[in-house]
Ligand binder design. Structure first.
Ligand code: XBP
Ligand code: MG
Length: 258
């Protein structure tokens, strides 16, 4: 089987969106909701182990804010605060400079030129995924992304495999015809459990995650002139100076060969 699609995660993979994007939006939402809660950079890194903003809020309220909110329905609070957060995030996206990680634009253009489908599989909410990716990638590259599977499309978020299973179904391909690109252990497990080989570029918060199941772990996908670091490789494939289409095709072949 040849490589037919590359499925990109969003947060932490296409861009570093968590510290200055989502975290700030959550804090603005707390204020708008009348709470004094404020997640600092370090504490937010711990909360990132929970995928999904609403799930993260519910976990936080259940774990850290039980006494202050006695009798209040944490699920309802999480849902209301999450709506405020996503509105705040859209405002942040419009005003904050958010750059793609090295190699994202280059690799997406290589894939497009070669006729290989570029898909998205994110836990994030569609309401902000579209404006974020249009801003980071430009409208032309946004139009090339298909399918775009978001947290709105699933009942079970990463690390459950449903996000990637829906992506494969909408792509109409088998797991062996795709490669996933992720930044977190939750994302890796979601792809792995959907039997998709995964390339990991750890995001700044999650560099210490366990990526044992990854086919390849590099510090960045890389752009010409910037040498990247291969952190681990399950297969004997040479990674030149960047993770290129050719590298992904060799990886797909190596996976097929077993
Ligand atoms: C990372 C997530 C998302 C964001 C918050 O998504 O876990 O939930 O942290 O976005 P990805 P929402 O799969 O792209 O790495 O509040 O919209 O969930
Ligand atoms: Mg991610």
């Amino acid at each position: 089987m040849s490589l037919k699609a590359v499925i990109f995660d969003v947060d932490g993979t296409i861009a570093e969106t968590e510290r200055d994007g989502h975290r700030v939006a959550f804090n603005r939402a707390f204020e708008a909701f009348g709470l004094e809660d404020c997640w600092d950079e370090e504490f937010y890194g711990e909360l990132l182990q929970v995928s999904g903003g609403q799930e993260r809020l519910k976990y936080y309220l259940d774990t850290y804010r039980t006494s202050e909110n006695v009798g209040r329905d944490h699920q309802q609070m999480a849902s209301a605060i999450h709506k405020l957060k996503n509105s705040a995030l859209i405002d942040i996206i419009e005003n904050l400079e958010i750059l793609p990680r090295p190699g994202i634009i280059r690799l997406m253009d290589e894939l497009y030129q070669a006729g290989i489908t570029i898909a998205i599989a994110t836990t994030g909410s569609r309401v902000w995924v579209e404006p974020l990716l249009k801003k980071i990638l430009g409208s032309q590259r946004w139009e090339r992304l298909c399918p775009v599977v978001t947290g709105d499309d699933v009942d079970r978020k990463k690390p459950d495999p449903q996000t990637y299973e829906i992506a494969l179904f909408r792509l109409g391909i088998t797991a062996s015809e795709a490669i996933a690109i992720e930044d977190s252990r939750n994302g890796l497990l979601s792809a792995f459990r959907a039997e998709i080989s995964c390339v990991i570029t750890p995001s700044s918060y999650l560099k210490k995650d366990d990526y044992s199941e990854a086919a390849l772990v590099v510090n960045e996908l890389g752009d010409p002139g910037e040498s990247i670091q291969v952190i681990s490789s399950r297969y004997e494939i040479s990674v030149d100076t960047v993770v290129s289409l050719e590298c992904l095709q060799k990886l797909a072949q190596a996976v097929k060969a077993g």
